[in-house]
Design a binder for this molecule. Structure first.
Ligand SMILES: Nc1ncnc2c1ncn2[C@@H]1O[C@H](COP(=O)(O)OP(=O)(O)OP(=O)(O)O)[C@@H](O)[C@H]1O
Length: 378
């Protein structure tokens, strides 16, 4: 978790960064603070317009923050020009030069820097080897497939030996099969190179599959940051739960620590530190619900629809208070049948309405300081 790992080295730090492109427009990033550790694979995930590309542009030096500071290796870089930063970007459309062959596309930046031909050749061949394109040096860009162009764009970025590689939706132009292959390749490449990757996507499955850490963004704020499992298993609010995968999100009421009311019934849970009687959002993942007989279920529901998805059935049910429950089960049900649902206390995720990650951390901290958690089980 953040702040606990002493050996990690911070390469980028955003400190209360706000970005407004125009004084008359609303801020597109609002008081954003985070840290990026060297050598990890990060993903910025969020819907269109939430500010992902703006974060990349600030790191690359294509734009400046309106307020706050950006640190690179401990030094403020707000106004350091892009060409003086150890950062390279791979763009969505690759931005390759169609009139240059593969070798010259990759060599372009090195020629501008004035390197000697010998050095350029060695570096370009090595970069092409890294992206599995050895032997393609003399090919025209127009003769390369989408996936190959993608690799040329990556080779052109890594040939400069940046400390950070920024990737702005680099896979979005590829078909699904190639996209999956490239996800694997990119992840492997990052491990081999040991460079910090910051990858932008609005595809949650891509983010979960590739990242060491994910930042989930919405409307210019970071809603939650953490490992893929942290974010999938413990979404902090309704937005994250909804965005990061299929979820059942219903209203509930906290009765006391470790006890919550859902659909008029009382359930044991693992959450604490909320107010008694507080209305909360409850998340239960479809795969955490199990089908059982009507009588033995913790929750009684009626089956509304059922779809066979190959590995499991996707069953939609309603409880008596009108909440819809989506269930992923290997067991088949019958439409119209009344069945029971069971789940473990750990499957219930309680979220305070509209709470941010910072507020969540503060709440747990103050709760633990007050000795609140000690009474459980005694
Ligand atoms: N140069 C600019 N001038 C003015 N507004 C801009 C500029 N660039 C981006 N914006 C606005 O800032 C907001 C955030 O844009 P940004 O490109 O960072 O979002 P994003 O999350 O990357 O979106 P997408 O997934 O659609 O690329 C949007 O409302 C966008 O219209």
């Amino acid at each position: 978790m953040k702040g606990l790992v002493g050996l990690e080295e911070t390469i980028i730090r955003f400190e209360h960064v706000t970005k407004q492109y125009d004084h008359n427009d609303p801020a597109v990033l609002k008081d954003v603070s985070f840290e990026i550790q060297r050598g990890k694979f990060y993903t910025l995930l969020g819907p269109s317009g939430c500010g992902k590309t703006t974060i990349l542009r600030l790191i690359a030096g294509f734009t400046e923050p309106s307020k706050g500071n950006i640190y690179f290796n401990g030094k403020v870089i707000n106004r350091v020009p892009a060409n003086e930063r150890q950062v390279n970007t791979v763009f969505q459309d690759y931005a390759l030069f169609p009139h240059l062959n593969v070798f010259e596309n990759v060599a372009f930046g090195l020629r501008i820097k004035g390197l000697k031909n010998e050095a350029i050749k060695a570096k370009v061949l090595e970069a092409l080897r890294f992206v599995n394109l050895s032997g393609y040096e003399n090919r025209e860009i127009t003769e390369m497939s989408g996936g190959q162009r993608q690799r040329v764009a990556i080779a052109r970025a890594i040939v400069n030996e940046p400390e950070i590689l920024l990737l702005d939706e680099p896979l979005s132009a590829l078909d699904l099969k190639l996209r999956t292959e490239m996800q694997y390749e990119l992840r492997e490449l990052q491990r081999r190179l040991g460079i910090t990757f910051i990858f932008v996507t609005h595809d949650q499955e891509e983010a979960l599959a590739m990242s060491d850490e994910i930042f989930v963004l919405n409307e210019g704020t970071i809603q939650q940051s953490g490992t893929p499992t942290d974010i999938y298993d413990e979404p902090i609010n309704r937005f994250v739960a909804d965005f990061i995968g299929e979820s059942n999100i219903v209203k509930g009421r906290m009765l006391r620590d470790f006890e919550v009311e859902i659909a008029g019934k009382t359930f044991e849970c693992v959450d604490q530190g909320l107010n008694e009687g507080e209305t909360v959002d409850i998340v239960i993942r479809p795969e955490d619900l199990e089908i059982t007989s009507h009588e033995s279920g913790k929750l009684q529901v009626r089956v509304d629809t059922q779809l066979f998805r190959g590995v499991h059935y996707e069953i939609s049910c309603y409880d008596d208070t009108g909440n819809e429950w989506l269930v992923h089960s290997t067991r088949k049900a019958t439409v119209g049948e009344r069945i029971g649902l069971t789940f473990e206390p750990e499957a219930i995720h309680v979220m305070r309405l509209g709470e941010t990650e910072e507020e969540f951390d503060k709440r747990l901290e103050s709760y633990e300081e007050s000795g609140g958690g000690d009474s459980h089980g005694s």
